[in-house]
Ligand binder design. Structure first.
Ligand SMILES: Nc1nc2c(ncn2[C@@H]2O[C@H](COP(=O)(O)OP(=O)(O)OP(=O)(O)O)[C@@H](O)[C@H]2O)c(=O)[nH]1
Ligand SMILES: [Zn+2]
Length: 370
């Protein structure tokens, strides 16, 4: 063995198994065959710089990955993300370490690259379990559940469905059955973050050393559940602002947080966009025949509703595509649009709060000076 799972290199001793180190990664690490390196996990990424946990404590890393570590000598990952396991040069507390290689990932979650860039961006790596959260009130929608579960499987992780806000629901059994019907073998948990109900089951689902994340629409109670798991106010769940009773909050940039009962939480706002992108991809994949026909629509951004020269509606008129099929395409499209709108609203409120805080600070400074 090149690296023990626990040992004292510096003054601190960290048990890496508590951070998710497992035989899978141990084996990949040993394949590198370099006794001068130690394993480390990326616990935080801020503007490209990484914080890693090693057996000797936390270390910083900047710069680039030195070499690839793909299986069979193929190219390995070259840009780190929260959750990545790496092989690094051991360093002293204040010195940054050098990341020699990123170990092959067990799972990875992508989002559309930001701004005008095209392609995918890695949001988080090596997540074992994803809690797919929906609420038992306004958000409940089995097709969305299906979509988020598929996205989780595709990323390489295992989904667990969480039906939150049980306190607001008077048809619990019906909803649970509906969810179980689409969950097909995946566990379905019922919770109320408000009443701290079902949190023990949530805890029990997370094995020691398992890395978990939460996805789901805005306002379903992900932050409230996370606060419940942490036993403290990790993410600020805002006061109720809008008339539909949804709160607001802010999260820090991507990081891993140890849960008090074992397990590691991936806390990154990027997971929100992972779900968004999956929605768009699902639309194309689920309605591939409509996607193909749309190439012949006169307008590139045709919505197949009332535009002239629409090849999709023509196909419906000619009986090549059932009208019900186009109707469900429109329905899913509307759902995705409203999810996007909710997300934009969330970002707008966040921006507003920041600006407001800035003005208050300025005003305080001015008062202090006069
Ligand atoms: N009645 C009830 N309200 C809840 C429950 N869980 C969360 N809420 C409320 O729902 C609102 C949204 O909760 P959040 O935890 O911020 O939701 P979120 O999923 O993190 O939302 P985003 O950050 O926008 O993605 C808040 O006002 C919470 O207090 C619950 O179990 N029951
Ligand atoms: Zn069209």
């Amino acid at each position: 063995m090149l690296a023990p799972t626990s040992g004292a290199i510096g003054s601190t001793t960290v048990k890496l198994s508590a951070w998710g180190w497992s035989p899978f990664f141990q084996q990949r690490f040993e394949q590198l065959g370099d006794p001068s390196l130690v394993p480390a996990r990326v616990v935080r990424v801020d503007r490209g710089a990484a914080r890693l946990v090693t057996e000797a404590g936390q270390r910083r890393a900047t710069g680039t990955v030195r070499r690839s570590s793909g299986e069979d000598g193929s190219d390995g990952p070259s840009i780190w993300a929260v959750g990545d396991w790496c092989a690094v040069t051991p360093g002293h507390e204040a010195d940054p370490v050098r990341v020699e290689a990123i170990l092959p990932r067990r799972s990875h979650f992508l989002r559309k690259a930001a701004g005008r860039a095209v392609g995918a961006q890695l949001v988080a790596a090596n997540i074992d379990l994803v809690f797919v959260v929906t609420d038992l009130a306004a958000d409940f929608n089995t097709r969305r559940l299906e979509r988020l579960m598929t996205l989780t499987w595709d990323g390489g992780a295992r989904p667990v469905v969480v039906l939150n806000k049980a306190d607001l629901c008077d048809q619990l059994d019906r909803r649970r059955l509906q969810a179980e019907a689409v969950a097909a073998g995946t566990s379905v948990l019922v919770t109320s973050a408000l009443d701290m109900q079902g949190l023990d089951e949530l805890h029990a689902t997370i094995g020691a050393g398992a890395t978990v994340a939460f996805i789901g629409s805005s306002g379903v109670g992900k932050s409230a559940l996370i606060n419940g798991l942490l036993g403290r106010q990790r993410l600020r769940t805002g006061s109720v602002r809008s008339r539909d009773g949804r709160g607001t909050h802010t999260t820090s940039s991507g990081q891993l947080i140890r849960l008090p009962t074992g397990g590691i939480l991936v806390d990154t706002p990027g997971m929100r966009e992972v779900a968004m992108w999956a929605g768009e991809a699902a639309l194309g994949a689920t309605f591939s025949e409509i996607d193909e026909l749309a190439v012949d629509c006169r307008f590139g951004d045709c919505t197949h509703q009332s535009e002239p020269g629409c090849a999709v509606r023509l196909a419906v008129e000619q009986g090549a595509v059932p009208a019900a099929r186009l109707a469900s395409f429109h329905k899913l499209h509307r759902e995705l649009l409203s999810e996007a709108r909710r997300r934009d609203e969330h970002l707008r409120r966040q921006h507003e709060r920041k600006t407001y805080a800035h003005y208050r600070r300025c005003a305080r400074l001015k008062r202090g000076m006069s």
